[in-house]
Each structure stands twice: as C-alpha cells, then as structure tokens.
Design a protein around this ligand. Structure first.
Ligand code: P61
Length: 458
C-alpha cells in the first residue's frame, strides 16, 4: 500500500451527507430512469460523478470573494486573473468564460469552418461536440498504449505523433486550423501527457504553421506526473514544468472547475492578436464583456487564487496520493481497473468487471447503477452510453474500445475514511458481480446522450 500523504489542510466548515437505504435507492433510481445524472445530490452519499466544480475552496479563495469588484468593465479581479494566467501559462491574451465548453465554443467558432479537421490525443466530449457543432471533424489520435487498460506506460495520455503526420498528409494542412492536446487526457483515463510528447507534437505542427492549443483543465496534475515520471524533470518546480509545456503552445482552453479549484469558471488564452480580436467579439455576443465573460468579479478572484493553489506541491502529493491509494486497494482485491491510475480519478474497467454483459447491453451503465444501489456512491459511465455511435445508413452501432466507469475524486472534499468506504463497497460488489444484469436505453437523446438518457434492465 503506498504511504499516504496527509491532507495539507484542516477542515473549517462541514457539509452533512446522508446515507439512504437500498430500498430507497431502488425507487429513486427507477424514478430517475436509471440515469445517475437525474438523481438528487441529497440522495447521494459519496459523489464521485465528477471532479469538475465540486472541489472545496480554500479560506483564501473564500476571502477573495469578498474583494469581488462587480464593475462591468475592467474590475480589479480581472487583473488578478490576468496576472495568474500570465505567470502560470504565459499567454499574451485571455478571455474569461463561464466554463470550459464556452471557451471551446468561442475558439472553434473563431477558427473553424465546415469540413475542417481538429486532431487531438483525445477530445473530451464537450470539445468533440463543439467541433462537430461548427461542422468540423474531431479526430482522436491516442497512442496504442493509451487504449490498453493494463499497459503501465508512464504517459498513456500522449498523442500518436505518426498518426498526426499521416492525418496532415491525408487531408492537407490547410484543413487543420489547429491541433489540441488534452492534459491530462480525461477520456483516456486521466492519463498524463509527457513534455517530450508536447515537444514532438509541436515539431510536427510547426512546419505547417498549425497552431497547438492545450485543453488545460488538469494542467497541474499533469505537471506533477511529468515531474514524477519524466527523465530530467525531477529537479524542476511544478511552475517551471507548466511554463515549459505552455511555452510550446499557441493558446489554451481551460475549465477552472478542475485545476482552477473553483466551483465555476474558465478561460480561453492565446498569443495571436487577430484571433484574440475575433474571439473577443464572439465572447461579447455569447458570454459577456471581455473582462468578465459570464462570471462575477468574485468568481474571477476565486479562479485567480485557485490556479496558483493548484500548483502547490503538498496539495498535489496528497491529491494524487489519494487517487492512487483507492486504486491500490481495488487492485489488491483483484478489481479490474485502468492502470496506472490517472490524476483525478480511478477508472473501473467495466468489460473485465462484468465479462458476462456484452457491450450492447451497456456494462458501464450497469456498473454505475449497481454501485449506487450498493452504497449510495455516484460514478459516471465513460463508455458506450457516452461514446457509441450509430451508422445512420446501416443502423449499426460502433462501440468504443474502452468501457469505463469513472470514480472522480473531488478536490479537498473527501477523507481517507470515505475512500475506504468506496473501496469496501466496490470490493463487495465485485464478489457478486455475476448477479449484475445488462441495461438498454428507453430514451436516447440526439447528442451528449448520457446527461438525459433513460434506461431499464434487460
Ligand atoms: C468531467 F459528463 N469535464 O470530467 P466544462 N475538457 C476536459 C474536461 O474534463 C471538461 C471540459 C473540457 C467534466 C465535466 C463534464 O459530459 C460531460 O467546464 C478535459 O465542464 O465546460 C469537463 O469543461 C469541459 C462531465 C462535462 C460530463 C461534460 O467531469
């Protein structure tokens, strides 16, 4: 068992949580169409649905709310955020947005036209959907090891650089207005991207003048992994590593709900003056004025302070340690998980957990539902419900390679006892896994299906 790094904070405010009975949970689930997104938070005991916007803010961030300046234009908190972004990421311009997907929408609307291609290690689902929304094609180019749930490759989040080159040769650089790297690679299991890979991607793009944008949601966790695992990086500070990564990029999108340690917020940053101008016009149209972009002044302050706190060594050692502690407890009990664990979550491998359920019977969803029934734990399916696609002509389904259930750990929220409870419940469930039945859709919305779909047991 890895040695635990204790919490580098103590608890000042508590929020009661309530355990329900199994009978209550069954009736709550059936009312929710067996979709955990439709279950009330108050009916969840341990909520591992997401690490997005669910973190606990520090006393400094809460104090920051009180110095929120709610002026429409150029409030003081805009400058706090500008300084933080310039110090950490080094980009010349930024536009605040209410969350990550708004930054994506503005970026893609400003840069893409129908028929364009946008390669990435793996696009997150909002990124994927926002690229498609403007008529362009998202292309995922993960490395081979990233698709193997048992590979211990240290940087499974990397992009397949040869694949990138092939794509450029195939479709032509003029149809690729930008490339992206998601760090850490969320859809690929929260796996890190190495500094060497960012360099290699940049080296492929540079001769074609294709800009590189980083989806920076979990930049601090990625920097921590680089320091732990990449040759020549162990003596660098996390800020130095982040600076090196972003110096290779032309801009970034950010959901500050992750490594911004805020409950809401995001931004789009870039170096290019013309893009800044174009994107700024769209921001004004959709989000708000250039200096607040859909956020209150106090939110900007919380993000500014959170971005800096996220790079704290002791915080990251504790956080990544918490995730690997949970993973190790499951591994020791023979529970199939994606290895090695990522930065923000442990991913159960639903295909190996439930080998008797074929992919068309949604094993990931069946596992999510069973976990809630067993212990009031809410996880999220990242598999066929989220990603399977239907061929409109043949009606045939294409299923994703990985069928995962993500246990995302909110930042600074749960204690080790909570994690032990989660591990105990999963280990018990694993012991009686053959009782778990498959599921099917009873309602299937046209996009971002997982949020509002409904299900029943087969
Ligand atoms: C999450 F089920 N992630 O992991 P926004 N890029 C990346 C993300 O992880 C990400 C966004 C962009 C979420 C929240 C979430 O269908 C879902 O601030 C790497 O949420 O707009 C968000 O950032 C978007 C969960 C989002 C979902 C969409 O849990």
């Amino acid at each position: 068992m890895p040695r635990l790094v204790p919490e580098p904070y103590r608890i000042k405010v508590v929020e009661p949580i309530r355990q329900t009975t199994q009978a209550e949970r069954l009736s709550l689930l059936s009312a929710a169409g067996f979709n955990l997104f439709a279950v009330r938070s108050e009916d969840v005991y341990i909520d591992l649905l997401t690490d997005s916007g669910t973190g606990a803010m520090s006393d400094s961030q809460w104090a920051g709310l009180m110095v929120g300046d709610e002026a429409y234009a150029y409030c003081r908190n805009y400058f706090s955020l500008k300084d933080a972004i310039s110090d950490i990421f080094g980009f010349r311009h930024f536009l605040p947005t209410h969350q990550g997907r708004a930054a994506e929408k503005v970026l893609f609307s400003a840069m893409l036209k129908p028929g364009d291609y946008v390669p990435s290690n793996t696009h997150f689902d909002t990124t994927h959907a926002n690229i498609e929304a403007v008529g362009a094609h998202p292309v995922d180019l993960p490395i081979r090891q990233g698709l193997d749930p048992t590979s211990h490759f240290p940087f499974k989040g990397n992009m397949d650089v040869d694949g990138l080159l092939r794509l450029i040769e195939e479709v032509g650089a003029d149809r690729i207005p930008l490339a992206m790297l998601t760090i850490t690679n969320n859809s690929g299991g929260g796996q890190p991207v190495s500094l060497a890979n960012v360099r290699a991607v940049k080296a492929v793009l540079a001769p074609y003048h294709i800009p590189l944008f980083i989806d920076a949601c979990r930049y601090a966790e990625n920097a921590y992994f680089i320091r732990q695992r990449e040759a020549g990086c162990s003596d660098k500070t996390l800020s130095q590593i982040a600076a090196e990564v972003f110096a290779l990029a032309d801009g970034c999108t950010m959901s500050a709900k992750k490594d911004g340690l805020a409950n809401m917020g995001g931004f789009l940053a870039m170096n290019d003056d013309r893009l800044f101008e174009r994107a700024g016009q769209l921001l004004i149209l959709w989000e708000g004025f250039l200096t607040y972009g859909g956020l209150a002044g106090r939110d900007l302050e919380a993000v500014a302070r959170g971005l800096r706190e996220a790079l704290d060594e002791r915080y990251l050692a504790h956080r990544i340690g918490q995730v690997s502690y949970l993973a190790q407890r499951l591994l020791d009990a023979g529970v199939p998980i994606l290895e090695p664990p990522g930065g923000h979550a442990v991913y159960l491998d639903a295909r190996r957990f439930l080998p008797h359920i074929p992919q068309e019977q949604l094993p990931g969803q069946a596992l999510v539902v069973s976990l809630y029934l067993a212990g009031g734990i809410r996880a999220v399916e990242i598999g066929s419900v989220m990603f399977a696609t239907k061929n409109r002509q043949t009606g045939e389904w294409k299923y994703p390679e990985l069928e995962l259930v993500r246990l995302a750990i909110p930042r600074r929220v749960y204690t080790q006892t909570h994690l032990d409870y989660v591990a105990d419940m999963i280990i018990e469930l694993n012991a009686r896994r053959s009782d778990i039945r498959g599921m099917r859709f009873t309602y299937e919305p046209p996009f971002l299906r997982h949020f509002t779909a409904r299900f029943e047991f087969v």
